[in-house]
Each structure stands twice: as C-alpha cells, then as structure tokens.
Design a protein. Sequence first.
Length: 133
Amino acid sequence: MKYNWLNSFFCLVFLGFMTSCGENTFKQGEMLYKTQCANCHMLDGQGLQSLIPPLAGFKFYPENRAQIACIITNGFKDTIRYNDRIYTEPMEAIPNLTEAEITNIINYINHAWGNDFGYVKISDVEDALNDCK
Ligand code: HEC
C-alpha cells in the first residue's frame, strides 16, 4: 500500500493522544477535509478561480502550520495574493471542530497534493488557539 510508511509515521507522531493508531488520523483528516473544506477549496486543493485560494502549495505560516487552526476556528478575512490572483472573499469560521480533528485536518493538508510541510502536534494546535482566542 502506498501510504503504509506514512501511516507508520503518523502512528509514531500521534501515539499518546489518539486511542487507535495506524491510518486513522490521516483518514480522519482527509474525511474532514472532504466534508468541511472541499466544497470551497476543492478536493484537489486548487481552490476556485479568484474566489477561493488554493491550499495545494500554500506556504502560509511555514514556521508554524498549527496557526492554520486559527483560520479554521475564527474564520479569515484578508487580501491574499497568490499566483497573480487576488482573493478578498472572507472565509467563515468553522467553530465546532475539536483540537484533535483540527490537527488531523492540518496534517492532511500538509501532505496532500504534493505538499510537504511536516507534522503538527495537538499541543501545537492548542497553543496556537490559545494565542488567537
Ligand atoms: C465557504 C467556503 C470555505 C470553506 C468551507 C473553507 N474555506 Fe478556507 N478559505 C475560504 C476563502 C474565501 C478564503 C480566503 C479568505 C481571505 O481572502 O481573506 C479561505 C482561506 C483559507 C486559508 C488561508 C489561505 C491563504 O493563502 O492565506 C486556509 C489555510 C484555509 N482557508 C483553510 C481551510 C480549511 C482547512 C477549511 C476546512 C476546515 C476551509 N478553509 C474551509 C473559503 C472557505
């Protein structure tokens, strides 16, 4: 299976806060992405024309990807310039996700579509959320 090594890695990274291990965290991140984000950012992470910015190749917060948690829980309103396009539509807050779910979504985004942005821990997400309440 293509993702076996990745699953093993997730298993090590997430051991300690997930009750079950293996493919669950990545699968949950993917599933949540599909239900919570893909209707705007699209399944392939390419966004939608000049309305929704892409998440594939998205380099925001390269030092601390956990801060994406704040975009998810608080929403986001800014002028984003990316690949010659300007995005001004605000993103609505999605406040009902748990910290574990947010962690899994971020780790999914970090590794989907050729992205390679490392892994965030649930404690990183908690810290980021405390700072942006
Ligand atoms: C209803 C549509 C919609 C949904 C659903 C949505 N987004 Fe967004 N998202 C946007 C828009 C529009 C922007 C641009 C906001 C701006 O320009 O200020 C954005 C911006 C972002 C950004 C910042 C991108 C950048 O280049 O700065 C991230 C990260 C992001 N969204 C992640 C997510 C995640 C993760 C989810 C699911 C949990 C999600 N979004 C769900 C519409 C959406």
